[in-house]
Design a protein around this ligand. Structure first.
Ligand code: SAH
Length: 352
């Protein structure tokens, strides 16, 4: 047996070929052990010891734990993973009452260049593979125990729809083999229109979040450079296609930036877009990043903006900011910086 792939990259058929000299039931035992039970291969006790050792050797893990940080009370847990080529990405696990969500990275760095985002400031390095994305979920699911990992969001580093095939491969694995329901998997995109259209043609109706941040092209061109390629009306058309094919409600992400996109004019334009698409808005005050000195809107301004939307019949919720104390908040993921952060000595168990 020789193979040059990481553990969660190979599909079941390929692993099955790898086991062709063994009884047929071995693939079921291996697959169940890896995906359903979340075991390390050396701990899959249904497999003979020698086979476990062989498989573990030819199917190396993709992620090594460089730094792990846990915030007060264990509610937010962040990893900086080293990849096999020396690059690094981050994953964040968040516990809420009644649900646990993992936020995964889809690329090392990002090419979308949104000025307010730390990952965007860093630039693009490479796409992650399906195996590297799936392994983030598997490792977080283990760390979440005894809580059940219930949600996966593609809101870590990178633009998932600019890495469509690997990302969609991971979505399918997360749904089919890790058993998460489609509605509990959320794709977050800056507005890669061809990717949204491809998603609309897939059979799996996952949730879609679009990082809008501005409802006029003039402002959005400044905040989200990709808007020059796919302006708001083109993006809205693609979103409408997705909503009608998937039957899912769309959500818009909106990072409130002091004096920039927290005006009534923006709220009015946003509310009309939301009416058209029956979308929901997630508001979050902008988190500070090194390359973008503007601050987030204060809480009174956030409430005011929310009120402007609610008064126009648009459903808007304010997202609680998580993980700011460990640089794990939205837009703060930046591998080169976090590598200097201090690891926690003993991970505390989260409340169950
Ligand atoms: N590229 C994808 C997914 C990664 S970003 C996307 O853009 O959707 C995840 C979310 O964090 C996006 O909504 C992004 O706009 C937001 N974000 C980026 N920088 C931020 C910051 N500094 N403060 C708050 N949210 C930020």
């Amino acid at each position: 047996m020789t193979i040059n792939e990481t553990r969660y990259q190979l599909d079941r058929a390929t692993l099955s070929e790898l086991l062709s000299d063994h009884p047929n039931y071995r693939i079921e035992q291996l697959w169940k052990g890896m995906y359903e039970d979340g075991l390390d291969i050396s701990d899959i006790s249904t497999l003979p010891k020698a086979l476990r050792a062989d498989l573990a050797a030819i199917l190396p893990l993709a992620l090594s734990n460089r730094t792990e940080r846990i915030s007060e009370g264990g509610e937010t847990h962040k990893w900086l993973w080293g990849l096999n080529d020396g690059d690094a990405v981050e994953t964040v696990l968040m516990h809420y009452p009644g649900r646990s969500t993992v936020c995964v990275s889809s690329q090392a760095g990002c090419a979308m260049a949104c000025g307010f985002c730390a990952t965007g400031q860093e630039g693009f390095r490479r796409h992650l593979t399906t195996g590297e994305i799936v392994e983030q979920v598997v490792r977080a699911r283990e760390a979440a125990k005894p809580r059940r990992l219930s949600n996966v969001v593609f809101m870590g580093m990178g633009e998932p729809l600019a890495n469509y095939d690997a990302t969609w491969g991971a979505v399918r694995r997360i749904h089919e083999d890790l058993g998460l329901s489609a509605r509990h998997i959320t794709m977050s995109t800056v507005g890669v229109v061809p990717g949204i259209k491809r998603m609309a043609a897939e059979q799996l109706p996952i949730s879609l979040a679009v990082s809008l941040h501005a409802a006029t092209n003039e402002l959005r061109n400044e905040l989200v450079p990709l808007n020059k390629r796919y302006p708001i009306d083109v993006l809205a058309d693609a979103c409408a296609t997705y909503v009608s094919s998937s039957g899912r409600r769309l959500s818009f992400e909106w990072a409130l930036i002091d004096g920039v996109n927290d005006t009534e004019e923006q709220a009015i334009a946003l509310a009309s877009l939301c009416r058209e698409l029956r979308a929901h808005v997630n508001l979050i005050p902008l988190n500070p990043t090194p390359g973008y000195p503007t601050i987030g809107t204060d809480s009174a301004g956030v409430s005011r903006f929310q009120r402007w939307l609610l008064d126009r019949g648009t459903n808007a919720t304010v997202r609680r900011n998580r993980g700011t104390d460990i640089d794990a908040a939205c837009g703060q993921l930046r591998a080169s910086q976090s590598s200097t952060s201090q690891p926690v000595s003993s991970p505390r168990r989260s409340r169950s």
